[in-house]
Each structure stands twice: as C-alpha cells, then as structure tokens.
Write a protein that binds this ligand. Structure first.
Ligand code: ZN
Length: 299
C-alpha cells in the first residue's frame, strides 16, 4: 500500500493505492494553513498502513536531495506555506524511516500521464496545468526534466496582445504567462469567473493566444511527443480550438508535428493525473530506499 498527496493551491488530495495507479481510498481537504490542513492529512494516513509516501506539491519547492532545505516549500506567495518543511513534518508525524518521494504537482501529473494516461507508451510528454496558477512538468527520455531545481514553465514571458492592457496577476512578475492567463487573471480582467464567461468568445480567444505562445516555446525547446493540458481553466474545452489556430499561425509550418487534435490533448486520467503520479513518486522512493539498504551504504 502506497500513500499519495497532491498538494494544490486550493485543495489537498490524499489517497492510498498501488503502483498500478489503483486508488483504494481518498479524501480532499481545503488548502488553508499548515496548522489546519496537515493534521487532517496525517490522521487520514494514520488509518492506513503505507510503505511509502509520494508528494506532488505546488511550488516552488526544494527537490535537491543534497540541500539543507530539501523537502521544503520555498518562496511561495501563499505566505502561510512559505518555507514549510513538508517532507520533514510528514516523516515526523508518520515515521522517520518512511520513504518519501517529493516533487512538484505538475511533475507528478506528467509522471501519471506518461505511465497510465494520454502519453502512455511514449518516452516524453509535457503536462501543463492552467488553473489557479500555471505550471508544467516534462518527461524527456523517460525521466522527469530537472536540473539545479525543477522547471517553472508557468512564469515565462510572452508577447502581449496589442489590445490587452491588463496589468497581470502574478505576485512575483506581474505579466508573465501565469499573470496573464491563470484563472485569477481571467477573473480580474473580465470581472467574472471563467465558468460564468463561457459564451464570451473574446475571453477564450485571448486565452488561446497566450497558451499557444507558451506551447510554441515549449515545443521549440523540448520537442515533447505529447502535450497534455489540464487544470480548471482547461475545462473550457473551446480554448483548444483557439490554441490550435494561434499555434498554427505562430509555428508557420516550421517544425513537423502530429495533428494538433491528437498532439495537444486533455489528461487521459482526468483529474486523477496528479494523485496517480504521486503514487508513482511513492513507489520510486520505496525502491530507492530498498536499494540503499541492499547496498549496505548510505544507511
Ligand atoms: Zn510569474
């Protein structure tokens, strides 16, 4: 039995399941403050015997295993969570010997999708969430893309629409991709939540204009074999046709790509991509710890 946490900006999903992505029990807890949210998370897992835990968290987070602040949420604008030692607190409450895998929510979702979802059978994919925030995780050559830390692809700079004078909603950069196209950006620019703007064509046209630009950068730099677009905003399926239209214009046949309707798709796992990926993070952590013990090193 494996434990999984998908820590998002608005809710935590906690689940127990197996390495095949089967989920046996799950709960959802609102993301408020660590003092309120984490005790509920802990009490859920205390009722289950788990062998390892996987956490896919909103970021930025420290995933560098050699860093003294490894396992922390770092400079998030969600002030109650800034510098929160996530992995340490989970281990302290459950067991110091519990293997814990820790990565971003979007990296977890990319892992879920490449293993069991829309990118199954491929060795590369890009998972992008457009919701409260914007982020992306990539699998390249079968592995999660990362270097010094994890990518933060939601904060790239885009060319502004000439008629868009919205100041931008990113608390760090104002008018980066997230600042121009996240759910809160839509709400502030148009004065209503996206779900209530369904019939306003210009809303989704502009959304497609920005998302297509971001996809162009990702395609030119990473050349992923599949692009998966999830998150609350992407439930407005009419955005896809706007993205296809703008992307075709931008790329101008420069690179050869599959048909966009097959290449740029919704998550195959629906809203289970992140939590399924977190189960896989747990499995990897379990295997890694078993190897280390087997080696007789790094105990
Ligand atoms: Zn930003």
């Amino acid at each position: 039995m494996l434990g999984a946490i998908e820590a998002g900006g608005t809710k935590f999903v906690c689940a127990v399941g197996d390495e095949f992505g089967n989920i046996f029990d799950r709960i959802q807890i609102p993301t408020t403050t660590p003092n309120e949210t984490i005790p509920q998370v802990i009490s859920f897992f205390q009722n289950h015997k788990i062998k390892a835990m996987g956490i896919g968290s909103f970021g930025p987070i420290d995933i560098n295993a050699n860093s003294p602040t490894y396992g922390n949420i770092t400079s998030t604008p969600k002030q109650a969570w800034a510098d929160y030692p996530f992995v340490k607190e989970i281990k302290k409450a459950l067991s110091f010997s519990l293997p814990v895998g820790f990565n971003t929510d979007v990296n977890a979702a990319a892992l879920g999708e490449v293993s069991f979802g829309a990118a199954k059978g491929l060795d590369s994919c890009l998972y992008i969430t457009v919701g409260t925030g914007i982020g992306a995780g990539a699998i390249i050559h079968g592995n999660l893309l990362g270097g010094y830390s994890h990518p933060e692809m939601g904060h790239i700079l885009l060319r502004r629409h000439p008629k868009d004078d919205f100041h931008g909603k990113c608390p760090i950069h104002k008018d980066c991709f997230e600042g121009l196209a996240s759910g809160p950006a839509i709400e502030e620019r148009w004065g209503d939540q996206g779900v209530n703007l369904f019939s306003k064509e210009e809303v989704w046209d502009l959304e497609g204009y920005y998302i297509a630009q971001a996809l162009m950068q990702y395609i030119l730099i990473l050349s992923p074999k599949k692009i998966i677009l999830g998150g609350g905003v992407m439930n407005q399926k009419q955005i896809f046709s706007s993205i296809y239209l703008y992307l075709e214009k931008l790329l101008n046949d420069y690179v050869s790509l599959p048909n966009f309707s097959e290449y740029i798709v919704s998550p195959g796992l629906g809203d289970r991509a992140g939590i399924t990926g977190a189960l896989l993070l747990a499995m990897h952590a379990y295997q890694e710890q078993s190897c280390k013990v087997g080696d007789g090193k790094n105990k």
